[in-house]
Design a binder for this molecule. Structure first.
Ligand SMILES: O=C[C@H](O)[C@H](O)COP(=O)(O)O
Ligand SMILES: C=C(OP(=O)(O)O)C(=O)O
Ligand SMILES: [Mn+2]
Length: 445
């Protein structure tokens, strides 16, 4: 494939790009990034594509999640382990309670750039550029921090490398061993209803493992888990610089992450993001909000998955609890009728954000659950496969979303509101949701 095609996006309008003060500096940084080693490998991306093909065929379920916006200061062993622990616990709940293979994808090791609904933020009469993620500018509300700095692209690469290294060590080195199901819950068990419910399930898993061991299964089977990394491919100079030609196939892969997605604000058919993503071989996603028409979805398939290859394209539906039951069916019907085999997964976070009276951005766990329920209802009615969930959560005990076992109310939000962008489920809310999704899956299939 001609390498020029990887730059064809440069002639098209690119939404949500930073206003870099010195564009020449971006070119210099991109040259440095282009010389750095890949963060992920093409063969791993192919493996994920094959697993997503199983999802598209109705044989597996995706659990994708992590922070809305990762931060450089969050690339620590504690933060990464806590997030991973939550993901592993959720995935065990889904695998065991719903009896389905779970494809685990972190919003981790690269989720450093944010699209914003407004380019500026105003506080007490002072107007500054909006925070666009640590890859672009700083969170602090000063002119200095908010000025986009291309040096941050390099820092993002290094923070992603550190995070990925920790993820690989935790998932391959024994921490994720299924025989550790109780250990992941140790700091949590007595403290929350979700922890206690999980502990009961972990007991059942123990007995199942003991049975399999007695029956001759190889314990090594349970020693490792495969975790993939993902982020929104937003800052195109970064993604382009990390795109390499795979020596085995001669095809381009964006080696900044295994799975990359196009956001709701950058999925314009004639825009730079769709053009760039057409040419990379990674499995990719597109977020689809409530205004998406079936024609939009079909046109995206034509551009991004012209060969109709199962596993290549995932639609991440984020309609809002009030819209999903009406807005999703025409998309699923027409896409299915077209013969395309996409994976459908549900992001129940981004269509359910609202501002509390105190000014905090928040989400109700009930709305989140209702959107997932609506997503399952639609697929049940149409006989198609509800292929997964895409969530924003953290391993920490934050107070960012309302509801859940500890019943966080709007007046509690200030207590531990730590997100750099959108409100995340805390560990207990995330586990509550996993139990609910497992139950829905079991009764749908
Ligand atoms: O995930 C990100 C947010 O939904 C997106 O950045 C928009 O948030 P904003 O409305 O605060 O800009
Ligand atoms: C910005 C995000 O989502 P969306 O593009 O769906 O609004 C996100 O996933 O953080
Ligand atoms: Mn978000």
């Amino acid at each position: 494939m001609p390498v020029d095609l990887l730059d064809s996006w440069r002639d098209l309008p690119a939404a949500q790009q930073p206003d870099w003060p010195d564009p020449a500096q971006v070119g210099a940084v991109a040259d440095q990034l282009a010389k750095l080693p890949p963060l992920v490998f093409a063969g791993e991306c192919d493996q994920l594509r094959a697993q997503l093909a199983a999802v598209a065929r109705g044989e597996a379920f995706v659990l994708q999640g992590g922070d809305c916006a990762e931060t450089f200061s969050g690339a620590t062993a504690d933060d990464v382990r806590n997030k991973l622990k939550t993901l592993l616990q959720m995935s065990v709940v889904l695998t065991y309670a719903a009896s389905v293979p779970v494809v685990k994808i972190g919003r981790m090791a690269g989720q450093f750039a944010k699209p914003r609904s407004k380019p500026v933020e105003v506080r007490e009469g002072v107007e500054l550029p909006a925070y666009r993620g640590d890859m672009v500018n700083g969170f602090g509300f000063t002119a200095d921090e908010r000025t986009p700095d291309p040096g941050r692209l390099l820092r993002a690469y290094h923070a992603a490398a550190v995070t990925l290294n920790l993820c690989r060590a935790f998932t391959q080195g024994g921490y994720a061993d299924l025989r550790q199901v109780h250990a992941w819950n140790q700091d949590f068990v007595a403290a929350s209803p979700a922890g206690r419910r999980y502990e009961r399930l972990a007991g059942e898993i123990d007995r199942a493992l003991a049975f399999m061991h007695a029956a001759g299964a190889d314990p090594e089977e349970f020693h490792r888990v495969q975790l993939y990394s993902s982020h929104e491919a937003l800052i195109l100079d970064y993604e382009r610089a990390l795109t390499r030609i795979d020596s085995r196939s001669g095809l381009p892969y964006d080696v900044s992450g295994h799975f990359l997605w196009i956001g709701e604000r950058t999925r314009q058919l004639d825009g730079a993001h769709v053009e760039f993503m057409r040419h990379i071989r990674n499995p990719i996603g597109v977020k689809l909000g409530p205004t998406t028409s079936a024609e939009d979805a079909l046109a995206l398939i034509d551009k991004l998955d012209p060969e109709r290859e199962p596993g290549r394209l995932t639609f991440v539906i984020r309609m809002g609890a009030g819209r999903v039951r009406d807005a999703l069916p025409p998309l699923v019907e027409k896409v299915t009728a077209s013969g395309a085999q996409v994976a459908w997964i549900c992001d129940p976070m981004h269509g359910n954000t609202f501002e509390a009276e105190s000014g905090y951005k928040t989400r109700r766990l009930d709305d989140v659950m209702d959107e997932v329920a609506g997503f399952f209802d639609v697929h049940r009615a149409l006989g198609t496969h509800p292929g997964g969930v895409h969530l924003e959560f953290t391993g920490d005990d934050v107070t960012e979303c309302v509801g859940g076992g500890h019943e966080i109310v709007e007046d509690d939000l200030h207590q531990r509101y730590e997100t750099a962008c959108d409100p995340r489920l805390n560990r207990s809310q995330a586990l509550d949701l996993a139990f609910m999704v497992a139950e829905m899956y079991r009764t749908t299939k």
